[in-house]
Design a protein around this ligand. Structure first.
Ligand SMILES: CC(C)(COP(=O)(O)OP(=O)(O)OC[C@H]1O[C@@H](n2cnc3c(N)ncnc32)[C@H](O)[C@@H]1OP(=O)(O)O)[C@@H](O)C(=O)NCCC(=O)NCCS
Length: 209
């Protein structure tokens, strides 16, 4: 299986590393290289892999499936929709040290980084990210394109809406709901529902002006 990683910056490199770790554990794959729109990266090597061209070069780049290495949720959601329309296939990147209960549902193109944990009954939406050492406990729902940043933790039965960012080192108490496209600031403790498209921060988390 030939995989192209779309995006060669920080998150793209994390995704490429997860794929590499999967390969070292015996998963058959070849990482063809990166595509990235930054002209400064064109023709360079990142992590020993070639940056083959801009994203528009995907059609001419031999591949079976793609991995989205873009951290920004809105951009990643837009690219995901475009790639679905183009009938591309998405690899689901799960680091060998991620821990998933057997019944966890993982959507297409989701990324589960090193040390991440998803407990029984959890649902990880398509194109969502469970980043380094983050966790979602039993029966949590992580919406499509949402991002659990490094070290963020959800107690049981928490719902995270589509495209929401749960910031680095933040947490949420059992059963709360974080609205679509909202942002939970770094280090926040969410103890009550967060409406859609709202940025909250602090302990307890309150809307930031
Ligand atoms: C909350 C956040 C989105 C705000 O970013 P921003 O809109 O650029 O806001 P600013 O940095 O201009 O700060 C605005 C105000 O909010 C405060 N603030 C910023 N981040 C905060 C946080 N995490 N908790 C509490 N207050 C915060 C600032 O101190 C500032 O207060 P002031 O007006 O009294 O000076 C951002 O700070 C944050 O925490 N992002 C999380 C990023 C992350 O985890 N990414 C994951 C990458 S893998």
């Amino acid at each position: 299986m030939q995989i192209v990683v779309l995006g060669a910056s920080g998150h793209g490199q994390v995704v490429a590393d997860i794929l590499f770790q999967m390969w070292t554990k015996g998963r058959e794959m070849e990482i063809v290289g990166f595509l990235d729109d930054d002209p400064a990266l064109r023709g360079t090597r990142v992590m020993g892999l070639h940056v083959l061209g801009p994203l528009a070069a995907l059609a001419e780049t031999p591949h079976d499936c793609v991995a989205l290495g873009v951290g920004d949720n809105a951009t990643r959601a837009r690219l995901f929709a475009e790639l679905c329309k183009a009938r591309e296939h998405f690899v689901t990147a799960i680091h060998p040290t991620a821990v998933l209960a057997p019944d966890v549902i993982v959507g297409a193109g989701a990324v589960l980084a090193a040390g991440s944990v998803a407990n029984p009954g959890a649902h990880i939406g398509e194109n969502a990210i469970l980043n380094t050492c983050s966790s979602i406990d039993h029966h949590c729902v992580l919406g499509a394109h949402a991002h659990m940043a490094p070290g963020a933790h959800l107690a049981g039965n928490v719902t995270v809406g589509e495209g929401a960012l749960v910031g680095v080192g933040s947490c949420a108490t059992p059963g709360v709901s974080i609205g679509a496209w909202s942002v939970v600031g770094a280090g926040a403790a969410v103890v009550s529902d967060v409406p859609e498209r709202t940025t909250v921060g602090g302990v307890p988390a309150r809307p930031l002006a």
